[in-house]
Design a protein around this ligand. Structure first.
Ligand code: ATR
Length: 268
């Protein structure tokens, strides 16, 4: 019988995950079906329970349910525990295992697809919500020269940095000093078409500006280009986090490059 997987979110209609996982399944010869399921805002755990009862083997979880998925999981990976959020669930023997592949997806995109290993880099992470939290540990694992979290509400940045010890500094946008080799936008500003109030001299020569959002040019990426930085959107991260989830479920690592290339071509 074909194994069933799904992504749960609200909204979910425009998710690219079904196409990505269908491509991975074709490429690796895995017999699985992957769909997008709209969970009611107050019905996430009931939707998961129904999917499990119908034979679902695993799920991806997206906005706004990642923290709820964290609470729902009976067992957690170390990286999910540090992220405080879950984007990948596996169902085995009636038990729910929670993992988080978002940070691994970002690092894989930087290292493999963009030849930008964060090792030794001065990193600035914009935002202090769930998206930012999910990528801190995987970035630190690469041994950057430093990591600063800057946020509109500085107290939230300090709180987040405090979870990761003295290797992570925190400030408000107005207190930003110095230049950075890698600037990652994990704020929700791009969703609203807004630009965090950033200083113009933020980017070191040769810097990369990375927006976790994908699918449209953002004010952050336009700002970065104006100030001489190279730019990347979050499409590669999306495909790489999916590949990592596919590996968690199936034990097989798909080749992401052709899938990224096809999605990029579709977007043009
Ligand atoms: P997510 O899970 O996507 O990270 P979140 O937890 O609501 O969502 O966090 C949103 C992040 O985007 C926060 O860092 C938020 O800043 P505040 O902590 O000050 O609220 C940031 N954010 C949202 N809109 C923003 C904007 N217009 N400019 C700058 N930062 C913004």
């Amino acid at each position: 019988m074909t194994d069933r997987y799904a992504v749960f979110g609200h909204p979910i209609a425009h998710s690219k995950s079904p196409a990505i996982h269908a491509a991975f399944a074709r490429q690796t010869g895995q017999d699985l079906h992957y769909e997008a399921i709209l969970a009611p805002l107050d019905g996430f755990s009931a939707s998961i329970a129904a999917f499990m009862a119908a034979g679902g083997r695993g799920a991806n979880v997206t906005v706004p349910f990642k923290e709820e998925a964290f609470r729902l999981a009976r067992r957690l990976s170390a990286r999910a525990e540090r992220a405080g959020a879950v984007n990948t669930l596996s169902f085995g023997g009636g038990e729910i295992f929670g993992d988080n592949t978002d940070g691994a997806g970002l690092v894989a995109d930087l290292v493999r697809n963009r030849q930008r290993d964060p090792a030794g880099a001065r990193i600035l992470l914009l935002g202090a919500g769930g998206a930012a939290r999910g990528v801190i540990e995987p970035l630190l694992d690469r041994k950057p020269a430093g990591l600063v979290v800057a946020n509109r509400t500085p107290g939230r940045a300090r709180e987040l940095a405090g979870l990761f010890g003295p290797g992570v500094a925190a400030c408000g946008f107005g207190d930003l000093e110095g230049r950075f080799d890698l600037v990652v936008n994990a704020t929700a500003a791009s969703l609203a078409g807004e630009l965090p109030p950033l200083p113009a001299d933020l980017f070191a020569p040769g810097a990369l500006a990375y927006d976790m959002m994908y699918g449209r040019d953002t004010p952050f990426l336009a700002f970065a280009r104006t100030h001489g930085a190279a730019t990347a959107d979050g499409l590669g991260m999306l495909v790489e986090q999916a590949a990592e989830a596919f590996f968690v479920w199936r034990g097989v690592r798909p080749d992401t490059a052709p899938v990224i290339a096809r999605l990029q071509a579709d977007a043009c």
